[in-house]
Design a protein around this ligand. Structure first.
Ligand code: EPZ
Length: 417
């Protein structure tokens, strides 16, 4: 196990370059299975989720390389359709192998996916859609077995615009017979990124990024190419840190449109932002004012930035209301923030955050990926030393975190626990 040691309060200046989006690349890699051609995926972050997925691809028989932020995948020797439960249970995104293996081989065997413990995280939308597409779904000892003779297009209306289910059904529909219409589809930018990749192979997809996506099945696919979009959640996390500690801190390699909900909230709190086309320069502001945050689906305020943002709210004068609406259990960072000196009252999925409070360095724990991000922000601003245990959670979603922050003036070390 590893831990992160941070000496807080350091002013940050210089540039942080944003890496490729975790929540895009974790779908792009399994999606590559659909084609017998070769795939090249550029701007890939070197994070543990990517490396686990590449190992899973190799288990299936893919030949993969990963160097200089570029992944190549050659599936011509893929023989196996079973994903080892040891891997599948490690990450949520393992469910994308269902859509890819079904679409390509009409068969998949995979354990229940893992992922952050932030709620029940069912996959009923995925399985219901695959069943409607003609798939027989059986579960035995936590292993799902999916088989289909004639995978056909469907009309599906999601009860909730699920990111994972939207992408998974889109992947499965690419080689299904006929037309699939996904209604009440998720609109997160990662979905359009995956659609672009599939289209580069010859898939026929219309409307990705809107709430209705149409896919017309094709028989053959060719080589696939894609650049992973910048990680808007990584960028948002560093912008939050910059609003508290920046002295001309520039976050580069971003897509401003993907960050609108955060940028408008930071401005409402009194943060000055200098936005250029692919970078934002941010300076600390000592007189921030309380704002209310309610997480929702894109383009609303993202649930993945709710936890780091709640640390920001402890530095805003007044009373902020923070409401999480996507997951049942995404408040486990609150006790650790209060242990550091915050004044937060939380009940169910709502928190009332009183600021401005002085945070003091403590030993804390990353209970999940974005709770870890909340602890990172807190440790960066707290006086004294903060040690964040269980830091593996954080390393799943943030590439080279120590290098990126050290370079702009932070005192941060990753050491064995
Ligand atoms: C993706 O999770 C992201 N993960 C999450 O990021 C992100 O928080 C989430 O989308 C929302 O934006 C990846 O892309 C790997 P959902 P996903 O399906 O696909 C319910 C991070 O920190 N639901 O949009 O699992 C579900 O319980 C992670 O990077 C069902 O009920 O999210 C949740 O309440 C955390 N049945 C809501 O929908 C289903 O079959 C949103 O889930 C699927 C989902």
């Amino acid at each position: 196990m590893k831990k992160l040691i941070i000496e807080g309060g350091r002013e940050l200046s210089g540039e942080i370059k944003i890496s490729g989006a975790k929540n895009s690349v974790v779908a792009l890699i399994p999606a590559a299975i659909l084609t017998d051609g070769k795939c090249v995926i550029r701007n890939v972050p070197n994070i543990s989720d990517v490396n686990i997925l590449l190992e899973m691809m190799q288990e299936l028989g893919s030949i993969v390389t990963f160097e200089n932020e570029t992944v190549t995948i050659d599936n011509r020797n893929v023989k196996n359709c079973r994903i080892n439960e040891e891997y599948a249970s490690k990450i949520r995104a393992s469910y994308y192998f269902m859509g890819a293996l079904l679409g390509k081989y009409h068969h998949a065997e995979i354990a229940y996916p893992g992922g952050c413990i932030i709620g029940s995280r069912p996959i009923d939308f995925h399985l219901n859609a695959f069943t409607k597409m003609g798939t027989k779904v059986e579960e035995e000892d936590g292993i799902f077995k999916l088989d289909v003779d004639n995978l056909h297009g469907i009309d599906i209306f999601f009860d909730f615009p699920s990111v994972g289910a939207t992408i998974n059904v889109m992947i499965a529909a690419v080689k299904a017979k006929g037309r699939t219409r996904i209604m009440n589809a998720a609109c997160e930018p990662e979905i359009a990124n995956v659609a672009s990749f599939l289209s580069s192979m010859g898939a026929k997809i219309y409307g990705a990024g809107t709430s209705t996506i149409i896919i017309d099945g094709v028989d053959t696919l060719t080589d696939g190419y894609i650049d992973v979009i910048p990680d808007r959640i990584e960028a948002g996390t560093y912008l939050i840190i910059g609003a508290l500690l920046g002295n001309n801190l520039t976050i580069t390699g971003i897509i401003e449109e993907h960050l609108h909900s955060l940028l408008f909230k930071l401005r409402e709190a009194g943060v000055q932002l200098d936005v250029k086309n692919d970078s934002i320069t941010i300076n600390r502001n000592e007189n921030l004012k309380a704002v209310n945050i309610k997480t929702t689906v894109y383009p609303g305020f993202p649930t993945d930035l709710g936890q780091p943002m709640s640390t920001f709210l402890t530095q805003c004068s007044g009373e902020s209301l923070f409401e999480e609406t996507i997951y049942e259990n995404r408040m486990r960072h609150i006790p650790h923030l209060n242990n550091m000196g915050a004044d937060i009252k939380s009940f169910d999925k709502t928190a009332i955050i009183k600021g401005k409070t002085k945070l003091v360095g403590r030993n804390v724990k990353a209970t999940d990926l974005r709770a870890g991000a909340s602890m990172l922000v807190a440790g960066m601003i707290a006086s004294g030393t903060t040690i964040i245990y269980n830091i593996e959670h954080l390393l799943r979603g943030y590439e080279r975190i120590v290098d990126k922050l050290d370079k702009v003036g932070a005192y941060i070390q990753l050491v064995d626990d």
